[in-house]
Design a protein around this ligand. Structure first.
Ligand code: MG
Length: 387
């Protein structure tokens, strides 16, 4: 298929999408396609700043509302729905995949199938069907560049250590620990507002809650295994509240290489855009004289069981990672709507994985497992007294 567009941002009105637009703007890259779920006001703002040729809203009412409010003669087409989203992704030379959750999978697969360059912030797509996404991209001659800061850092370390890959024994991903790392009391009653108040990174609601439960790091372990062909016992997690070090590779002799960068998504996305070059823009810098101390500590698996649930799902294989991801999305959205306690998120996930995970050979097996897991988790939340 002909490449109709240059750069497209999918999930444009979210935090990563906006950071990506800023990074691209600083690098002098215009944007042709913007896609989002239903945020009309946000999209109007982005239209005024970036003048894309095509806007896609997942929601048809949002698309109609947007089309009505665009200035006459705007020269911008407005489309809606999953099919339009996929066609646009397949037609972009480079897509920033920043849709949150499994909803982003189809457009990523569409771009992968056409061999496009995918700057991947949507870790759920890799957790749900990573092998299929990566195989499709490889077969079509495309490229998947991780935008998740730890994986972006790891990609860089592995590039630097390419001649010594056989001597790498394991890798470390850092976790900030989220807002409840040092929370004094019970986590039972913490509010959605407190959970989304991340101490270091500015992020959307879903990933902020994932960060607070440590599920984000669990999903990232799976993401790292998929992206870099690692096994679960080669990926270690260490809590590092300052988020200065993002990833570490450890060699057979105990020597380590660590990647450090300012904790700013614009910086990570600029790196992904320019990959494998170093971008010609800077978003902050680390003043090592002012850092004081950097801390590293063991994750607390008793208080935050989600990380271990992800390791277990990875070990179980089959549909287990897809089921884990689906149950987590349902539980997190219920928590954000105050229908579920914070500490019940991990319980819903564990129960759903125990009930629904099984063999899955094909992409359609995984997609079916995803939707069955969503239904199961929804029922589990309704019948439980977890809220
Ligand atoms: Mg991350």
């Amino acid at each position: 298929m002909r490449c109709e567009y240059g750069f497209g941002v999918f999930g444009a009105t979210g935090t990563v999408g906006r950071a990506g637009l800023e990074a691209a703007g600083q690098l002098g890259i215009g944007v042709d396609v913007l896609a989002a779920a239903g945020n009309v006001e946000g999209m109007l703002q982005l239209y005024a700043q970036h003048h894309p040729r095509l806007i896609i809203m997942a929601d048809d009412a949002a698309a109609a509302a947007l089309a009505e409010r665009l200035p006459a003669g705007a020269g911008c087409r407005v489309e809606h729905g999953d099919e339009a989203m996929c066609a646009a992704a397949a037609g972009c030379a480079t897509m920033l995949a920043a849709v949150s959750g499994a909803a982003g999978l189809d457009s990523v697969l569409a771009a992968a199938g056409e061999g496009r360059r995918i700057l991947l912030a949507n870790k759920e797509a890799l957790v749900l069907a990573g092998d299929h996404v990566l195989a499709a991209a490889r077969a079509a001659g495309g490229q998947v560049v991780p935008v998740d800061s730890e994986h972006n850092a790891l990609a860089e370390l592995l590039l630097l250590a390419a001649d010594r890959r056989d001597a790498i024994e394991r890798v470390w991903l850092t976790a900030s620990g989220g807002p409840f790392l040092n929370h004094p009391g019970d986590l039972e009653e913490v509010s959605p507002e407190a959970a989304v108040r991340h101490p270091v990174w500015s992020m959307g609601a879903k990933i902020s809650v994932d960060s607070a439960t440590m599920m984000n790091k669990g999903l990232e372990v799976i993401e790292a295994c998929r992206l870099f062909s690692l096994t679960a016992d080669q990926v270690e997690i260490v809590v590092h509240p300052q988020s200065v070090v993002h990833a570490i590779v450890e060699f057979a002799d105990g020597g380590c290489l660590a990647q450090c960068a300012p904790a700013d998504m614009r910086s990570t996305i600029a790196r992904a855009i320019a990959w494998p070059e170093i971008p010609a823009v800077r978003f902050g810098r680390i003043d090592w004289r002012k850092l004081g101390s950097l801390q590293f500590q063991q994750p607390d698996n008793d208080r935050f069981p989600c990380l271990q649930l992800a390791y277990q799902a990875l070990a179980a294989g089959g549909s287990a990672p897809a089921v884990l991801n689906a149950a987590n999305e349902v539980a997190v959205h219920s928590f954000l709507r105050r229908e579920l306690n914070f500490s019940a998120i991990s319980k819903v996930v564990a129960e759903t994985v125990a009930a629904e995970a099984g063999a899955a050979d094909t992409l359609s097996d995984l997609v079916a497992a995803d939707s069955k897991a969503r239904a199961y988790a929804g029922r589990a939340i309704k019948v439980s007294s977890l809220c």
